[in-house]
Write a protein that binds this ligand. Sequence first.
Ligand code: FES
Length: 111
Amino acid sequence: MASPGPLFRPFTRLVKIQILGREYPVPENNTLLRCFQYLQPEPVALGRFCWNEDCQYCRVVFDQGEGSAARAALSCKLMAAEGMRITEISREIRYCLRGLALPVSGQPREE
Ligand code: FES
């Protein structure tokens, strides 16, 4: 019987990304959806994701930092990168990341 292989692509360090204004370390060299799974393993594994660019449930809006343009993307296709800022997430992603208690508005939370 064949092994399914490792869940994450090989990585040697974590990069910092922002999700709705909060910073999280995630494994480099992995797609954003896989990074979401790194942060919330079981909920993302149980999410209704095709992982194959078909379902569209993994949509995000992101930029690469201050002054860069916002772009829409599929997180199952997009590679996470240092300094990436995810400013909008789909309903399915929000549900799967509920354990992070992300801000509702998508704006940085006042603390
Ligand atoms: S997980 Fe289905 S399109 Fe990305």
